[in-house]
Design a protein around this ligand. Sequence first.
Ligand SMILES: Cc1cc2nc3c(=O)[nH]c(=O)nc-3n(C[C@H](O)[C@H](O)[C@H](O)COP(=O)(O)OP(=O)(O)OC[C@H]3O[C@@H](n4cnc5c(N)ncnc54)[C@H](O)[C@@H]3O)c2cc1C
Ligand SMILES: NC(=O)c1ccc[n+]([C@@H]2O[C@H](COP(=O)([O-])OP(=O)(O)OC[C@H]3O[C@@H](n4cnc5c(N)ncnc54)[C@H](OP(=O)(O)O)[C@@H]3O)[C@@H](O)[C@H]2O)c1
Length: 529
Amino acid sequence: MNQITPPPKIEIIPSSAPFSEAQRSWLNGFFAGLLSDAPTPLSAEQGAAVMEEVDDGAPWHDQTMPISDRMKLAEGRPLRRRMMAAMAQQDCGQCGYNCNDYSDAIAGKSEARLNLCVPGGKETARMLKSLYEELDKAPAAPAAVAAPAAAAAPAAVGEPGRSRDNPAPAKFLGRTLLNKGKSEKETWHIDFDLSGCGLDYVVGDSFGIFARNDLGHVDQIIALLGASHMTKVRDKTLREVLLDDVSLAPAPDSLFELVSYLTGGAQREKARALAQGEDPDGDAATLDVMAVLQKFSNVRPHPEAFIEALEPLQPRLYSISSSHNATPGKLSLTVDCVRYVINKRKRLGLASTFLAERINPGDEVKVYVQKAHGFALPEDPKIPIIMIGPGTGIAPFRAFLHDRRATGAPGKNWLFFGHQRSDCDFFYQDELNAMKTSGLLTRLSLAWSRDGDKKFYVQDRMREVGREVWTWLAEGANVYICGDAKRMAKDVERALVDIVAQFGARSTDEAVLFVAELKKKGRFQQDVY
Ligand SMILES: Cc1cc2nc3c(=O)[nH]c(=O)nc-3n(C[C@H](O)[C@H](O)[C@H](O)COP(=O)(O)OP(=O)(O)OC[C@H]3O[C@@H](n4cnc5c(N)ncnc54)[C@H](O)[C@@H]3O)c2cc1C
Ligand SMILES: NC(=O)c1ccc[n+]([C@@H]2O[C@H](COP(=O)([O-])OP(=O)(O)OC[C@H]3O[C@@H](n4cnc5c(N)ncnc54)[C@H](OP(=O)(O)O)[C@@H]3O)[C@@H](O)[C@H]2O)c1
C-alpha cells in the first residue's frame, strides 16, 4: 500500500499578520502555488498588503466615528490603510483628493503635505505625522500585491482653476442676504463672473476659494508681536504674509514648540504639553494663533520664526448653487457665515466672512473648480430625483433644478428643504414657489426646526410622506443628501431605511441592504461637510 506523504507545510504568511487561521491557510496555499522557488516569508506589513487584495473593506470610512475608533479598526493594516483611517472620512475633496487617494498619495510619496485634511484638523495631521515616520522603516510591499503607489492624482496642475494647486482669478459680482427678519443665521447668495478666467463646471461640482484673513485681526497680531507691519518676511511685508499666506485659526503644534523654546519654567512645560496635543489648562480648543500670543504674553517671537511656525492658509470649498447650462459664465454659492465668540473675542470663519464682508464687487478672488466624485445628476434625464438639503444643503439642488430646466430634462424633481424658521430662513422662496407653479419642482416638502415647540427636521417630513418616497424609489428615483455630515446625513439615511422597511415591506436588515445597494448603484449620493 502506498502511503501518501502530505506536502511540506509552507508558511509564507507570518503568524503575526492580521488574518484568521482559515485566511492564513488559504493565502499560504495560494502563494505556495504561485512561487515555485523556495518562498521567503512575507513581513507583517507585506502580509497585510496581501490581505487587502482579499478583503479591501474600509470599516473606518464613517465620518461620525472618532479617530481613536477608526485607528483601532485599522490596526494591523498596511500603512496606507492606517493613513486613510486617520483622515476625516468625508471624501469632501478639500485636500484635492478623496480620503483613500490622499492616503495612497502620501504612502506612495507623491504627496508630501500631511496637513491637507481640513475636517480632520490637528488630530489627523498629528496621526499622519507619526504614521509617516513609520513609512521609511517599513519594507516595500511585494510587487504583485503592492499598494497602488500612483494614487489618483489631483486634477492636472497645469490648467488654471482646475485644482487647488493652480487657482484662477474670478470676478466677485455681489452678495444678497438670504435670511430675513430676526433670523439667527447669516447666509449669503454669492455671485461670481467666470467669463474672464474661462472656467466652466457641471452641477454637483464645488468651488474652491482662497480667502484673505481679516486686516484688523492681522494688525492685532502684529501689535502683539511688537513688530512693524512693514517688516520683510519671504520677500513680502509681514502684513501681506499674514493676510494671504498663513492660517491664523487653530494654533499649530509648531507654534507651541516655538513658544517652548522662547520661554522657561512652567510656561515652557505648558507650551511643550500643548505641542504634544495635551491640554494642561483645558483651553486648547480655544487657542487660535492670537490667543497663543495672549496666553504666552511674555514671548515675542521674531516675525520670521513666527511665520515659519504657522500653517499655510488653506482654501475652502462651497457647493456650486448655479448651473453653467442655465447661466454660462456665471457661478453662485450659498454660504453660511461662521461667527462666534470665545472669551469675549469675536472669531471669524475665514472664507465665509471673507465672502460676506471683505470683498467688493469687481474684486478678483483666487478660485478653482473641484470636480465632484459621485455626486451628479443622473445621465438619463428621465430619472426622477429626490433631493434632501436642509440649510445650505440646498445649494447643489438649486443647481440641479436650474440645470434640469435649462436642458429640458423631463424627470420628476422632489426637494426636501428645511431650516430654522419659515418666516426668515426660507432661502430662494420665490424662486422655489415659481418652480413649483411651473411644474419643474414636482414636490416641495418643507421642515422648520424652530417654528414649533418641538424640533421638526427634514427626515420627520420624509417619514410623514414615506409611502410616496417609497413609490418614487420603486420607480427608480435617485436620492441625494447635502449638508451637515456629522448628524443630519446619518439621520436622514436612517429615515430612508425606515421608509424602505415600512413601505417596501422589508425587515430592517433587508432595508439596510436595499439602501446600501442604492449607494453601490450610484442611486444614493451624498455631498456632506
Ligand atoms: C464639499 C464641500 C462643500 C461645502 N459647501 C458649502 C456650502 O454650500 N455652503 C456653506 O456655507 N459651507 C459649505 N461648506 C463648508 C465650507 O467649506 C467651510 O467649511 C465653512 O464655510 C466654514 O469655513 P470658514 O473658512 O468660514 O470658517 P473656518 O475659518 O474654517 O472656521 C470654521 C471652524 O470654526 C470653528 N467654529 C465654528 N463655529 C464655532 C463655534 N460656535 N464655537 C467654536 N468653534 C466654532 C470650528 O472649529 C470650525 O471648524 C462645504 C464644505 C465642503 C467640504
Ligand atoms: N462650526 C462651524 O463651522 C459651523 C457653523 C454653522 C454651520 N456649520 C456647518 O455648516 C453647514 C451648514 O450649516 P447651515 O447653515 O446650512 O445649517 P445647519 O446649521 O446645518 O441647519 C440647517 C437645518 O438643519 C437642522 N438640523 C440640525 N440637526 C439636524 C439633524 N440631525 N437632522 C436634520 N436636520 C438637522 C437645523 O435645525 P436646528 O439648528 O434648529 O437644530 C436647521 O433647521 C452644516 O454642516 C453645519 O454643521 C458649521
